[in-house]
Design a protein. Structure first.
Ligand SMILES: Cc1ncc(COP(=O)(O)O)c(C=O)c1O
Length: 381
């Protein structure tokens, strides 16, 4: 290893996004259904792409730095946040918003602002893996607790004990997803009550990446809890995963700190223009959600009749399932199942002993069902 490199990074496994060459639609006849990263199955409508292309041609000066204050975008986001929480008159303003190169960047900024050099972070597994990965890259210790076997509710007793007993450094931040990924369950009243009971010295990050699908938000609670922050993204329901735009809603004092921590020009002019166009056309873009939810219900109904599978209810645009079979073979069999799906062109995410499957177009979902039935039959033969 090169002698100047931090020793702990040598042991470290990088997050593996699917290499684009693996996921790109092949020129051959094999159809690839990319149901492994919870994106929207729908691209931006052509009319909006044309608007974006026009903005690029006519407005954006590529020789100039982008607006490093994100002024226009922050105002539009604040308006959307108020509207999405039915807050009238408006409560949140630009002062409550920070935007970043995907919510991944915000996760890193949050860790820098709360834990770096002073604290540990608490997560409840299985959950979004980037919290622990980013903490590791910063040398921040991660304390992990588990979830209940069947409901995937956080083991609150273990979490409380971790908060009380972790020393050197103590827990300074907790990350939860609402609804959780990969398990698709929203925070329960008991989990919310526990989060409310946490002392002000602990940052509570509530990641609402899938808010538009769940339609449940805790954003109004930010007013009572200055130590809470809500994270959101344009990568899912707003169909802009390629553009990398995420944002958070928080107390203005904390936003000031996050603005100090981020890179000065963290968002390109093109990405900002895309996010603005998406917000201006939100009715059109979000009109695909009812159909995705109907498809989810169909998929859940059919899969829950499959005797080999345990399928969980979902509040997001993906579902989570495991094999009913117990024991060490389960891991092996789920791997085989995933390989068979992949060979048939259905890409899903194998995670925590199960499969997370994004809801796609009706045609994609039909293929998922067929391929899953075939793969299950093959396992038995
Ligand atoms: C819970 C959660 N948070 C954050 C992200 C990252 O989103 P972004 O594309 O904005 O970085 C994801 C992406 O899958 C996610 O599932």
């Amino acid at each position: 290893m090169l002698p100047f490199i931090r020793s702990d990074l040598a042991e470290f496994t990088a997050y593996k996004p699917h290499p684009s060459s693996d996921r790109a639609q092949p020129v051959s006849q094999t159809q690839l259904d990319r149901l492994d990263t919870n994106e929207s199955p729908y691209d931006l409508p052509v009319r909006l792409k044309e608007k974006l292309a026009w903005t690029y041609q006519q407005i954006i000066e590529t020789n100039r730095y982008p607006d490093g204050n994100h002024g226009e975008l922050k105002s539009a986001i604040a308006e959307y946040v108020n509207e999405s929480a039915a807050l009238s008159p408006s409560v949140f303003t630009s002062a409550n918003i920070s935007v970043a190169n995907g919510s991944d960047e915000l996760i890193r900024s949050l860790l820098i602002a709360s834990c770096l050099g002073e604290g540990s972070v608490l997560v409840a597994n299985p959950t979004f893996s980037m919290y622990a990965i980013l903490a590791k890259t910063l040398g921040i210790p991660t304390v992990e607790v588990n979830r209940q076997q069947n409901s995937f509710e956080i083991n609150l007793q273990a979490a409380q004990t971790a908060i009380e007993q972790t020393q050197n450094p103590p827990i300074r931040a907790i990350f939860v997803v609402h609804p959780n990924s990969p398990t698709a369950n929203a925070l329960t009243p008991a989990e919310l009550a526990w989060l409310r009971s946490l002392p002000d010295r602990i940052l509570v990050v509530i990641d609402e990446a899938y808010f538009e699908f769940s339609q449940t938000t805790v954003v109004t609670e930010l007013l009572e809890h200055p130590n809470w922050i809500v994270l959101r993204t344009f990568s899912k329901a707003f169909r802009l995963a390629a553009m990398r735009v995420g944002y958070c809603v928080a107390h203005p004092e904390f936003i000031t700190i996050l603005e100090k921590v981020r890179l000065p020009y963290n968002l390109s002019s093109f990405s900002m223009a895309a996010a603005l166009i998406a917000l201006q056309n939100r009715q059109l873009l979000l009109s695909s959600i009812p159909q995705i939810l109907e498809e989810r219900a169909k998929l859940l109904e059919i899969l829950s009749q499959q005797p080999q599978l345990q399928v969980w209810d979902s509040a997001a645009n993906f579902i989570y399932l495991r094999l009913k079979q117990d024991g060490w073979q389960q891991q092996d069999t789920i791997k085989k199942l995933n390989q068979q799906l992949q060979a048939r062109g259905t890409l899903v995410r194998e995670i925590s002993g199960g499969l997370r499957i994004t809801i796609g177009t009706p045609q994609e979902n039909l293929r998922t069902l067929n391929n899953l039935q075939l793969a299950l039959a093959n396992l038995n033969s």
